[in-house]
Write a new protein. Structure first.
Length: 380
């Protein structure tokens, strides 16, 4: 059984899809990965997966600007003849579905949130919304395909766009390795809040910076670690110069890309993600597995892992004073942090472990690949 993952970046496959790919390999699949290759080739090969380079124009859904990627995917389909293809995120769902037209292949279209066009209030995003909704209905409602979402809100959003309910499956995230990510003691020093993610307005980075500045103006010693990089393909991103300037602000340290995520949470007392919308944020899942209390916005995706008053605190989107108050509350109470952190760890073990998510994902693959259904119902 050949399984082809299609993902725009090799590092994203390694950080966000490796647990389910390992589960598929353990279940007997021959795993192939089609992606833009940067620095992840050796790590992907070390897993025993077959790597195929694809020239994605990251962040751009236009088929005309991605003709090279679509043609590369068509060639991979012809050469590999996968039984199943798993498209990761919106761009790959669109381009990969176009490349798979006419091929005898089952399709999983994993939408990790609905993306800039559906979450941003920017006028440009509003213009994209209607044609993109039509394109999704056309491509994702096809026979022998499933759309995979990570939270109930995204499922409701896709139903509202006109996708058939029987085409939608809900599996909460890609899983976190609860054996590798273990609870750890708090670090010494002043209370430290850590953010891990792309430096996007939609991830709440500007709100977080405003909240931290409010705390420093009040004389608070709370420090802020920022792990992540700007995303030039996203209009809502900080620029490189804005990110570099953060190191000149009191109490802030911008770390850039951080490979050792467990090491990041070892340096922090609190995990924060004041995002506009998520699928299911891996950064908070990893922080939860490490026993850190969670602080996030009360939005889809975040509230799946942040249970207010149980695993952490939820605040309104784009409300810097409320975020500052919640940061202050957690910073002032080691007892509260310990209680929330222990509950977050339990939730990660019980509902979001890589083993549990891997089993659910493989079950979805097998359901799509049911041999009797294939024989009785040729692909169109």
């Amino acid at each position: 059984m050949r399984l082809l993952y299609v993902v725009t970046e090799d590092w994203y496959f390694l950080s966000h899809r490796l647990p389910m790919a390992r589960a598929a390999r353990a279940a007997g699949f021959e795993v192939h990965v089609a992606t833009r290759v940067a620095e992840g080739a050796a790590a992907i090969a070390a897993e025993g997966f077959v790597l195929h380079a694809v020239p994605f124009a990251r962040g751009n859904l236009s088929p005309l600007k991605n003709l090279g990627a679509v043609h590369a995917l068509r060639r991979i389909h012809a050469r590999v003849a996968p039984a199943l293809v798993h498209h990761v995120a919106l761009q790959c769902a669109v381009l990969g579905s176009l490349a798979a037209l006419g091929r005898n292949v089952r399709r999983v279209n994993a939408l990790t949130g609905l993306g800039y066009a559906f979450t941003s209030g920017d006028p440009k995003a509003a213009l994209l919304r209607v044609p993109l909704a039509l394109l999704l209905r056309t491509l994702l409602n096809r026979p022998h395909s499933m759309v995979l979402v990570q939270n109930p809100d995204d499922r409701a959003g896709l139903l509202a766009l006109g996708l058939a309910p029987e085409r939608i499956a809900l599996i909460p995230g890609s899983g976190v390795d609860v054996e590798a990510m273990r609870p750890m003691p708090e670090p010494e020093g002043p209370p430290t809040v850590a953010f891990a993610g792309r430096l996007l307005h939609d991830k709440g980075i500007r709100t977080l910076l405003r909240a931290h500045r409010l705390l420093r103006e009040r004389g608070s010693a709370v420090e802020l670690l920022i792990a992540g990089t700007p995303d030039p393909a996203n209009p809502a991103s900080l620029s490189e110069s804005e990110a570099a300037a953060l190191n000149g602000e009191p109490g802030i340290r911008w770390l850039g890309h951080v490979a050792d995520i467990a090491g990041l949470w070892a340096r922090a007392h609190i995990a924060v993600l004041p995002s506009r919308r998520e699928g299911l944020p891996l950064s908070l899942l990893e922080a939860a597995a490490c026993g850190r209390p969670l602080l996030a916005t009360d939005v889809p995706g975040c509230r799946e892992i942040v249970r207010h008053g149980e695993t952490g605190l939820l605040v309104p989107w784009d409300d810097a004073p409320a975020l500052a108050e919640a940061m202050s509350t957690l910073a002032a109470s080691p007892v509260l942090r310990a209680r929330y952190g222990a509950a977050a760890r339990r939730l990660a073990e019980q509902q979001f472990s890589a083993a549990a998510i891997g089993r659910q994902t493989v079950a979805l693959y097998r359901r799509l690949l049911d041999t009797e259904a294939q024989a009785a119902s040729p692909l169109r």
